[in-house]
Design a protein around this ligand. Structure first.
Ligand code: FAD
Ligand code: FES
Ligand code: FES
Length: 1316
């Protein structure tokens, strides 16, 4: 018995059915830290560490012994504290299946739908889907067909709407999820490896890996249920973690000596607040509030709904949506439902499942968090119940928010949302009606993004008894999150409106008052935009009550108001109300043409390793177990762009917890160099010496016993800077030009002039003499941040595992830094969790710093950069201002990002064309068509490696796309739409691309093992782009030419192994899209050698035996000592080193004039892939690159402060596309353009150019804005539109709104009033 009691005092939980018991743990330990460092379940990935990406999602299951029920929900393990899950069961994707015991259908379908590229997001995606499947089973819905779940298509999409993926573009992931839905039409599902085109629906359904609902994984093991039934206590003292079960107990805890000894205490519910406020304090004790019944119950009575403070947002949504009790007036139910709908846009499902209502309000109260909950609850007159010591108070939420920050011991007990009837005495005769609406404008419609502003309006209105029209009896107008300390009520506006008959004049005055009230605090971004949103929302709320012409009768009012929403859906209105959640991707079509000529090359086979990526078995650098004595490092970087560094110290302690050493340039060994990276432009130092060159530059490398300690330590570093005798830093292109701080452009990059520009300009009828275009930078946002592990080896050698696109150069840099010969260094790279150019140059210093530290300390040293440091040091895409050439500044050095230069170049060309069209008042598409290269004009630019006439496919793609996308009909429809709609405008745009590629030399090695299995090494790195898959296909094709039995099945015998810079030298860069094909060619050359060596033996054996099987042939070759390993170094011949690809896209967008939100309604792409090596892989590249381009052109602001230090340093401020921001209809056709003698099996690359096609979205947005501007001018009585304007990149919501007119509401009302 004694033993049993002791057991229960420990922390006990299950992970994937395995029991874990801990007798002690630091209470600040997160579930993610524990899983990754102390279990074999490494599928939970760390990507953002702040709740914003979903890479770390796990399924948490909680057992209620009284009801004998299990509750299953997702949570972000990076924010969940380990002590808070005592008695829980955790399921990760490893728990669903694996390569040994069999994959789960989720894993199989993710692989089969080509929904995993780098795979870093895939485990989190799989768990999010699994949770949705588990919970759908609990719903009371009809039985689905065998093999399907109870999930609906829309639920399936929403299941992953908060998870980020940087590679795929989401369409394929959505398909994998939807394939489980009961209501899915399999014909709507995209390209997959399960069925072939033309198969019947029934056959298709039968080909999906079977999902057996009745045999689903048990999420809660029996043994844990038993333990819970017989009590499950945590020894509070040992864990410094308290679980009080009553308010009284909590009070006495807060008062007790134990907690009043000066130690820091943290009250905690879901701990998601840590995602925003990355507190550095060390708390001595934690008090978990979730076991106190008063705080964790929901009470409903006629007065309203009382929600306990620890109730999660998800639970609150359920309660607010609960309809079956007729305890409330329908109007109250409407209000509750709308509050719930708004709450569904807070964060993402996996955050809402643990984030509490109380935690949110306390963050708003104490730390000015831009809360949605506070705003919407203020609008409905909510009350809160708080307790400080023995004093309890029930106060209005508004007052609560207005008070000075409450003490850390003040407790929020609950919040009360009143029913309307409790504050208003309504009888059936009354003609008073209630209106309620909530609003938020955020970069992502479905949430997972803080709003620029939120609002909620409640109004009681009735028909005017003395005249036509509607009278506002009273209203509550709440605004928040716009750069204010807390949510406010616009009381002046409320008072102004009270008792007024709504009219244009009244609304006009009201909006003006709003503008004066909603004033963002100094330092808030886009203040004018936020104020204009406030006006726009008010206008949206009240204007339907005016636009009826004032002729409403008393009797009709109720019906009228009921119809307001219907009225709003009439596209003439704004339709901002968030009644209906925005729909996600509706559909996509993929057209590919298969070729069997080089079987299995050319087939859309599943990506190599996709299933183990889904099951979490795939290893990335940070998944390699730490060797004994391993230390962890991170960088101290400069925050000043140009300053002398006089010293670095830590405060308050000279050495923060766990820190073992600080490495600077002084630690570079004798004979070594201070070198961190090299590129064709030269080298960069590993660490700044005396003088910093940019903010974000590496100053030192802090090494500690854990990554957490290292990451924490850098926050306590104090760098002593001195600006003495220094010129001001150069932080703008203009300044660089002024001070002649220019790079030498290597002659090979000089542009070749074609034609005589001066003559052309002189003879032109029209001229545009000067124009300026600005493009921002872009952060790679690979899901796996930079990582390395350096292990000292015998005889002064160093083995370094690096997440690098260029191990060869990393290798060379490490050797130079350590001052050792290159044969002392070995760099190993297996797979990289996304790169996009960011892990070429910028991965080198990360690996080098680890190697240097390991060299100095003679211990293994690893690093996994936290997202913030990664974002600050990454550099990103080159921003550009066109009119000047390349300039030298004190900004961090930028590095190539997917389609470097090309994307800017193409965009500039498109902007010029738009400018020309608008100057000439011509249709842009016609100008583009006229300016499309002819075959002859193209070849003027590419003389030495010109295409054959038939290879120039752009004109045919251009025309075909017009047909397939119904461009001309849709252009007419867009015009019609724009005529009929005031507050939404559409634009459609078609753009072409011509993108040149360079093929680089690449090594390869193919070896055949004694059982006939094949192992392949190539210079290229698997970054998620499918290089291994194509290489596998090529190896199988290449060896199949031996023509013996069984060579048709060689594909399964091929394994591509990690790159090892000593095993295969001259690996070069994996960049520029062509490494897959050059690696394939290197492999083909190796296969040719092997086939030549094997042929005589095969002929002899075939003569003797009639036929010979592959395995037998190889066994005999071993006996006869045939050399079965061949290496090659593919060097492209000069005439095929360069080639071009062609493609085009049409995008149609809709712009909301009041908010600046742009929705991509449809995108159609045709892309010439030559003869694709793997159409599924290429399709994934096209969709993924396009969506990354949407991020660049529309969403991603990589902002810096006035010192050039990156301030967009995480998922809170940097918004990559999510499922809800991709085209609603996304059609891609891969054009097979026949034979190209000089290409690798006639193929062409696909990695980068499609990114440029996203410029079509930007151009379409510009077209829509143009319409809005035209309309705005007409409201001001001007007919002519000054139609030329430059739309910045990215065209974010504030930017779009600004161009549409920040004052569009005022102008409209003035226009209407003038006409009256
Ligand atoms: C990625 C992400 C996106 C988000 N997006 C949004 C958004 O769009 N809109 C929005 O409104 N919110 C958003 N949030 C905020 C989220 O709603 C809050 O983080 C969450 O509700 C806090 O609840 P919690 O239980 O996790 O609190 P905790 O993190 O446990 O606590 C937060 C703070 O409140 C204190 N506290 C908690 N409960 C009490 C109590 N009962 N009495 C006294 N003090 C208490 C804690 O001591 C702590 O200081 C987002 C959060 C994340 C992580
Ligand atoms: S790592 Fe946890 S949500 Fe991003
Ligand atoms: S596959 Fe999703 S992030 Fe790479």
């Amino acid at each position: 018995m004694a033993v049993e009691r002791e057991t229960r005092n420990n922390l006990v939980f299950a992970v994937n059915g395995e029991r874990f018991e801990l007798s002690t743990v630091d209470p600040s330990t997160t579930l993610l830290e524990f899983l990754r460092s102390r279990t074999r379940f490494k599928s939970v990935k760390l990507s953002c560490g702040e709740g914003g990406c979903g890479a770390c999602v796990v399924l948490l299951s909680k057992y209620d012994p009284v009801l004998d029920q299990v509750e299953d929900f997702t949570a972000s393990s990076c924010l969940t504290l380990l002590c808070s899950i005592n008695g829980y069961s955790i399921t990760t994707t490893e728990g669903l299946g694996n390569s040994k015991d069999g994959f789960h259908p989720i894993h199989q379908r993710f692989a089969g739908f080509h929904a995993s590229q780098c795979g870093f997001c895939t485990p989190g995606m799989c768990v999010s889907l699994f949770a949705a499947l588990v919970n759908a089973e609990k719903a009371n819905q009809s039985e689905p067909s065998p093999g399907f779940s109870k999930l609906t298509v829309s639920e399936a999409e929403k299941a992953i709407s908060g998870n980020l993926c940087r590679c795929t573009g989401y369409r394929s992931i959505a398909d994998a999820c939807k394939s489980f839905a009961a209501d899915v039409d399999v014909e709507d599902l995209g390209l997959n490896s399960f069925w072939r085109k033309g198969e019947s629906k029934e056959v298709k359904m039968s080909r999906l890996p079977f999902y057996n609902r009745n045999k689903e994984i048990c999420t809660f093991p029996e043994f844990l249920k038993k333990e819970i039934r017989s009590s499950m206590l945590l020894d509070s003292k040992r864990f410094y973690w308290y679980n009080p079960v009553s308010v009284k107990e909590l009070q006495s805890l807060l008062e007790s000596n134990e907690t009043n000894d000066g130690s820091l205490i943290k009250l905690v519910a879901g701990n998601t607040g840590m995602g925003y406020y990355k507190e550095l304090e060390h708390y001595d004790r934690y008090i978990d509030l979730r076991y106190i019944p008063e705080l964790s119950s929901i009470r409903r009575d006629p007065k309203g709904i009382e929600i306990g403070a620890t109730i999660t947002i998800s639970k609150a949504i359920e309660a607010l949506k609960e309809e079956n009790k007729s305890e409330f007036h329908p109007k109250s139910e409407m209000v509750f439902k709308k509050i719930a709908n708004h709450m569904e846009k807070i964060a993402s499902g996996f955050i809402r499942n643990t984030a509490s209502i109380g935690g949110n309000l306390m963050m708003a109260q104490r730390k000015n968090f831009p809360s949605d909950i506070a705003t919407i609850l203020v609008a409905v007159g909510s009350m809160v119940y708080i307790m400080t010591g023995p004093t309890c108070e029930r106060i209005m939420l508004e007052e609560f928010l207005e008070r000075p920050p409450l003490s850390s011991k003040t407790l929020l007990l609950n919040v009360e949302i009143p029913s309307w009837e409790s504050i208003k005495n309504i009888s059936s005769e009354t003609d008073t009606m209630l209106l309620f609406e909530t609003y938020r404008a955020a970069p992502r419609p479905l949430g997972n993004a803080l709003p620029y502003l939120n609002a909620a309006f409640l109004a009681e209105v009735s028909p005017c008894k003395t005249s036509d029209g509607i009278i506002v009896n009273n209203c509550r107008l709440a605004y928040g999150a716009y750069g204010t300390k807390h949510a406010i009520r616009a009381r002046q506006v409320e008072e102004f409106l009270a008792g007024k008959i709504l009219s244009l004049d009244v609304l006009y005055e009201a909006t003006k008052l709003v503008k004066a009230v909603v004033v963002p605090e100094d330092g808030t971004s886009y203040p004018a935009y936020r104020s204009s949103l406030a006006m726009g929302f008010l206008f949206d709320f009240f204007s339907p009550l005016i636009d009826n012409g004032g002729k409403i009768s008393n009797v009709l009012l109720e019906g009228y108001i009921k119809n307001v929403n219907a009225y709003k859906t009439n596209q003439n209105h704004v339709q901002l109300a968030h009644d209906n959640l925005p729909s996600l991707l509706s559909s996509g079509k993929q057209v590919i043409e298969l070729s069997e000529e080089y079987h299995p090359v050319g087939e859309p086979i599943t990506k190599s390793g996709a299933a183990i990526q889904a099951s979490g078995e795939a290893f990335y650098v940070d998944d390699i177990p730490s060797p004994e004595n391993c230390l962890h490092g991170t960088f101290i970087y400069s925050t000043k762009p140009l300053a002398w560094v006089k010293g670095i110290q830590f405060q308050p302690k000279p050495l923060p917890d766990g820190v073992a050493s600080i490495i600077t340039f002084k630690d570079i060994p004798k004979g070594g160099e201070n070198i961190g990276s090299k590129s064709i432009f030269g080298t960069e130092p590993l660490f700044a010496e005396e003088l910093t060159q940019c903010a974000g530059q590496r100053l030192a490398f802090v090494v500690a016993d854990t990554q957490k300690h290292a990451d924490k330590a850098i926050n306590f570093a104090v760098v002593d800077y001195d600006l003495e005798n220094l010129e001001p830093p150069i932080l703008s292109v203009e300044e660089a030009v002024k001070r002649s701080s220019l790079f030498e452009v290597p002659p090979m990059f000089y542009p070749k002039q074609v034609g005589d520009i001066s003559k052309g300009m002189a003879e032109a009828d029209h001229k545009i003499l000067s124009a300026e275009i600005k493009l921002g930078s872009q952060y790679y946002f690979y899901m796996e941040s930079q990582a390395a592990l350096a292990i000292p080896d015998e005889d002064n050698c160093m083995v370094v595992y690096s997440s690098s696109q260029v191990p060869e150069w990393t290798h060379a840099v490490i050797a130079r830094c350590l001052g050792v010969p290159e044969h002392n260094v070995r760099v190993i790279t297996r797979r990289v969790g996304g790169a996009f150019g960011g892990k070429s140059i910028k991965a080198m210093p990360v690996a080098t710093a680890c190697a240097l530290a390991a060299h100095k300390l003679r211990r293994p040293v690893r690093i996994y950069l936290d997202r913030k440091t990664d974002m600050i040091m990454a550099g990103g895409r080159h921003p550009m201002k066109i009119t000047y050439s390349v300039c030298k500044t004190n900004h961090s050095s930028k590095s190539a990002m997917r389609a470097p230069g090309e994307v800017q170049g193409s965009f500039i060309a498109e902007a010029v064309i738009e400018h020309v069209a608008s100057t000439l008042s011509m249709d842009v598409d016609s100008v583009r068509s006229i300016n499309l290269h002819t075959y002859n004009s193209l070849n003027l630019f590419y003389e030495s490696n010109a295409d054959e006439p038939l290879e120039y496919t752009l004109p045919s793609i251009w025309d075909k796309l017009a047909m397939s996308s119904s461009l001309h009909q849709r252009t007419e429809k867009v015009k019609e739409f724009n005529r009929d709609n005031k507050w939404r405008k559409r634009g459609i745009s078609r753009i072409p691309i011509v993108h040149e590629f360079f093929v680089r030399p690449t090594p390869g090695k193919v070896s055949i093992l004694s059982d006939g299995s094949i192992v392949v090494e190539v210079g290229g790195i698997e970054l998620g782009q499918g290089l291994w898959t194509k290489v596998k296909q090529m190896a199988a094709f290449g060896l199949s030419s031996i023509q013996c039995d069984g060579v048709g099945d060689l594909l399964d015998k091929v394994r591509v192994i990690q790159s090892d810079s000593l095993s295969l030298i001259q690996g070069g860069f994996t960049a520029g899209s062509t490494t897959s094909e050059s690696s394939c060619e290197a492999v083909r050359l190796c296969c040719n050698i092997l086939v030549e060596r094997l042929r005589p033996l095969r002929e002899r054996l075939q003569d003797q035996m009639g036929s010979i099987k592959w395995e037998m042939l190889i066994a005999q070759a071993y006996v006869l000592s045939v050399n079965l390993s061949a290496s090659s170094f593919f060097v492209p011949d000069p005439t095929s080193m360069q080639y071009r690809i062609y493609g085009a896209a049409v995008s149609e967008v809709e712009v909301n004039i009041l908010t600046g939100e742009t929705t991509i309604l449809q995108t159609d792409i045709i892309y010439d892939c030559g003869q694709s090596l793997n159409p599924a892989v290429d399709l994934g590249q096209i969709e993924g690159a396009f969506v990354q381009g949407v991020g660049f052109f529309m969403l991603e602001e990589y902002l810096t402060n006035s010192d050039g230090l990156v301030v967009a340093e995480g998922t809170w401020t940097y918004k990559i596309p999510t499922l809800d921001t991709i085209p609603k209809q996304f059609n891609v056709e891969i054009q097979k353009s026949g034979h190209h003698q000089k290409r690798v099996l006639s193929s062409k690359a696909s990695g980068e150019p499609p990114l440029i096609l996203a410029a079509s979205v930007h151009c379409a947005t510009r077209a829509a804005i143009k319409e809005a501007r035209k309309q705005l001018l007409s409201w001001s009585g001007k007919d002519e539109c000054s139609s030329t304007f430059q739309l910045e990149v990215p065209a974010t919501m504030p930017v779009v709104k600004e161009h549409c007119g920040l004052e569009s509401v005022e102008r409209y009302l003035e226009w209407r009033m003038g006409r009256k």
